[in-house]
Design a protein around this ligand. Structure first.
Ligand code: HEC
Ligand code: HEC
Length: 449
């Protein structure tokens, strides 16, 4: 083999190892030189991704009508001293609810004060200042001309972003303030506790046909990192075994190439985005899903007419294209992968061989190309959550980024605390007969994803 060929093969291997796609040599230059329709496509993609990022991070879709207008959450945040009610929510309390602060939104003098410990972390006025800076990830404060908080709305980033560990002080541990990590599930966020802290939950109580105390009991049962999107569709709050019906907030990265989305495969990314923005976030838009008219399966949704929503002002539909493209553009964060990690290499062989994992988690998508859905029996778990969705099945979770989302556990409801628990489950259910060494190797491989 001549040297040039050797070099080419090495470069291609490096690209494959890095998980990159194979651009022809000089591909980048060619992209720059595109003209006409080709240049249009390139520029359109770049524009949509930019717009999508703004929408994902900052758009409320009109949801302030629900979170502020109906639940009056802003009053509880501001506190009596700032024109609201009660003690208010200081930054320390906000962080303990799992809310995150975007370090890039903080002006240098504020950063210096935070670092010097010169900020009162229990003063709700500081939270209001952070909201004015758009620094609270996923929460938008709306202020009147006198600077009083008059409403709050929520953004996709609330549940589908977190921050990195680049910023810490004596009083604030790393992972609370930092640079945004879009697509990473907010596994510390306590959505239920946030809802329960609202002065009223009557709109939810009326929708579900229960009293306010029952709503608070249900949302407080979820705990951090979980939310129950099906609650407002079927009204089922608890599983037959008494555990909450909530599911773990999933990753919104590594979704390109994946057909069905959500744990139970409700539809594609754009279907779910429209559903969530209209129904779960309380935004103002158009939504069509006649499956929700089935009053035996989705009594709450059918009664409320969720299957056919036509708001007077549509703040959602025009954003779906950019929003979808942005999510598909977010790569799964890769785990550490060393060619000298022989355990992980043996684990990969098991994954694709004896352990039969790749029959469903097909590399490199780590889900099936096609209709990636399975019955509860196939994966050996109960049917409760699957039965709450149109097809009664579970979707094969794409495993990219697995090593970075261990908090909260695995499977839709976090029932398996560790990867060892997951592998033990498959070992039993699929009768794999894995040895202790094989289990260790398989886990070592999963940690590289
Ligand atoms: C209150 C928290 C919350 C908010 C806000 C939220 N989501 Fe989600 N999202 C969830 C949960 C929980 C699921 C899992 C639902 C299920 O499987 O039942 C989910 C599922 C998803 C999925 C499917 C991912 C997969 O596993 O394939 C996508 C995509 C998504 N959300 C995007 C969005 C977008 C875009 C927005 C804003 C329009 C948004 N979400 C707002 C909590 C949230
Ligand atoms: C029959 C298809 C199938 C096979 C075989 C299979 N899986 Fe899965 N896997 C699924 C489905 C479906 C889910 C989603 C379950 C849920 O969320 O409740 C899943 C979820 C997982 C998860 C949890 C991901 C997360 O973020 O929650 C891990 C880890 C996993 N599988 C690893 C494996 C390993 C390792 C093997 C081989 C030993 C394997 N799977 C074999 C279908 C399969």
């Amino acid at each position: 083999m001549d040297r040039k060929r050797q070099f080419l093969i090495a470069a291609m291997a490096a690209a494959v190892v890095a998980g990159g796609t194979l651009l022809p040599a000089g591909g980048e230059d060619r992209n720059e030189k595109l003209k006409g329709n080709d240049a249009n496509i390139r520029d359109h993609a770049a524009l949509l991704v930019r717009e999508g990022r703004e929408i994902f991070r900052f758009d409320t879709f009109g949801s302030e009508a629900f979170w502020g207008g109906a639940l009056r959450l802003h009053e509880a945040i501001a506190g009596a001293a700032n024109g609201g009610i009660g003690p208010g929510v200081g930054p320390r309390a906000a962080l303990s609810l799992g809310l995150k602060v975007d370090a890039d939104a903080l002006p240098p003098d504020l950063v210096a004060s935070v670092k010097a410990g010169a900020i009162n972390l229990d003063d709700p006025a500081v939270t209001l200042a952070l909201l004015k800076l758009d620094a609270v990830v996923g929460v938008k404060g709306l202020f009147d001309t006198e600077g009083k908080l008059r409403s709050v709305g929520i953004q996709c980033a609330l549940c589908h972003s977190t921050v990195d560990k680049s910023f810490e002080t004596a009083a604030i541990p790393a992972g609370n303030i930092g640079k945004r990590l879009d697509g990473w599930p907010a596994r510390q966020l306590n959505v239920g506790a946030i809802i329960a802290s609202a002065p009223t939950v009557k709109p939810l109580a009326d929708l579900l046909g229960v009293d306010e105390a029952a709503v608070r009991r249900v949302v407080l049962s979820w705990g951090p990192g979980k939310f129950d999107a099906s609650l407002i569709l079927d009204g089922k709050a608890f599983r037959p075994d008494g555990k909450p019906g909530a599911v773990l907030i999933p990753a919104a990265y590594g979704l390109a190439g994946v057909s069905q989305h959500t744990y139970t495969g409700w539809g594609g990314v754009s279907h779910w985005n429209a559903l969530v923005a209209n129904l779960e976030m309380g935004g103002s838009g158009t939504f069509w899903d006649p499956r929700l008219n089935d009053s035996s399966r989705f009594p709450i949704a059918a009664k409320a007419g969720f299957g056919n929503r036509r708001a007077e002002k549509d703040l959602i539909t025009g954003k779906l294209a950019a929003l979808q493209l942005y999510q598909l553009a977010i790569p799964a964060p890769g785990g550490e992968r060393s060619p000298f990690d022989f355990g992980a290499r043996r684990g990969e062989e098991l994954f694709n061989g004896k352990a039969r994992c790749s029959s469903c988690h097909v590399p490199p998508l780590y889900t099936e190309p096609g209709w990636n859905m399975h019955t509860p029996e196939e994966i050996g778990i109960d049917a409760f959550q699957a039965q709450r969705s149109p097809d009664g099945r579970y979707r094969t979770t794409p495993l990219g980024g697995l090593s970075t989302r261990q908090e909260g556990g695995f499977y839709h409801d976090g029932r398996f605390g560790t990867l060892r628990d997951v592998v033990d489950h498959y070992d039993r259910h699929l009768k794999l007969g894995l040895s202790e060494q094989e289990i260790t190797d398989l886990i070592a491989f999963l940690r590289t994803l």
